[in-house]
Design a protein around this ligand. Structure first.
Ligand SMILES: [Zn+2]
Ligand SMILES: [Zn+2]
Length: 276
């Protein structure tokens, strides 16, 4: 068992998958990150990045128990779920966590996207051993010596941020979020002192006025939040589908000029935080 908090980014794009020659460096898959805390496997969101993560978990035959958390249920965060191979492995333990929305549980929402006429495979072919836990903002999920904290994010129909704490380390996953609301100060307290903050920074300050209320932050606001909260490593996440590799690289460079320990999320990027 590793005594590290380890993070791997499997999908970094927001809104819609964007494969092709212009997104080969930063990736075209939508939101999905894997966090390993000791022997626990935690996944945040089931964007299209979860397909390859599922393949990696299948190596060696049977997948390990998985804890899968949802920030919210916009397409880009759930569309990979039907392609997550472990759900078709009979008896494979899968624990789902997410908010109840419009009276529907996380399980009902995920199975709903696989109902006809949306998907060819019937839900009764999903044979994993699935259970689910409704999660509310400010509620902690405790998994042995791993604690997952939650925080409300300002986004249409709301979203949840998750903060994983293990081995004296912490990583925050915060997407989708628009700055400039009453929730800003709550959020800054929530991310305070995190080793790694992965945050939706879809827009630039120049783009933002035309996209007010769409539910996303600018990278400039993200950098400011990270500085105010004494975050160690800041990761610009949820890149717009139309954003090309050179454009994302230019944003990363501008952000690093203001705050050196800042990176634009790339598919396959990892962070390994040894016990402290
Ligand atoms: Zn999104
Ligand atoms: Zn969203």
């Amino acid at each position: 068992m590793s005594d590290c908090l380890e993070v791997r980014l499997w999908g970094t794009r927001g809104s819609l998958p964007a494969p092709g020659p212009h997104t080969q460096i930063f990736g075209g898959n939508t939101s999905c990150i894997e966090v390993r805390a000791g022997d626990q496997v935690l996944i945040f969101d089931a964007g299209t990045g979860i397909r390859e993560l599922g393949t990696s978990l299948m190596q060696g035959g049977s997948p390990p128990p998985v804890h899968l958390f949802f920030s919210h249920y916009h397409w880009d965060h759930i569309m990979g779920f039907p392609f997550f191979a472990p759900i078709y492995v009979s008896g494979a333990p899968l624990h789902l966590y997410g908010e109840t929305k419009n009276g529907q549980s996380v399980l009902e929402i995920l199975s709903g996207q696989m109902h006809p006429p949306y998907f060819p495979i019937k839900w009764n072919m999903v044979t994993a051993d699935i259970d689910w836990t409704p999660v509310e903002p400010d509620e902690d999920v405790v998994l042995g010596d791993v604690t997952v904290k939650t925080c409300r994010l300002n986004h249409p129909q709301h979203a949840l941020s998750y903060r994983v704490e293990y081995a004296g380390r912490s990583v925050v996953y915060a997407t989708d979020i628009e700055h400039g609301s009453d929730l800003d100060t709550v959020f800054i307290d929530f991310i305070r002192g995190a080793d790694v903050l992965i945050m939706d920074c879809s827009f630039t300050e120049a783009e933002y006025p035309a996209r007010l209320g769409w539910g996303h932050a600018t990278w400039e606001a993200g950098v400011e939040f990270a500085a105010r909260a004494d975050v160690e490593t800041f990761v610009i996440f949820h890149h717009l589908p139309e954003r090309t590799d050179p454009e994302v690289a230019a944003i990363e460079q501008q952000a690093q000029a203001i705050r050196p320990n800042t990176f634009a999320a790339r598919e396959g990027m990892t962070f390994s935080l040894p016990r402290r």
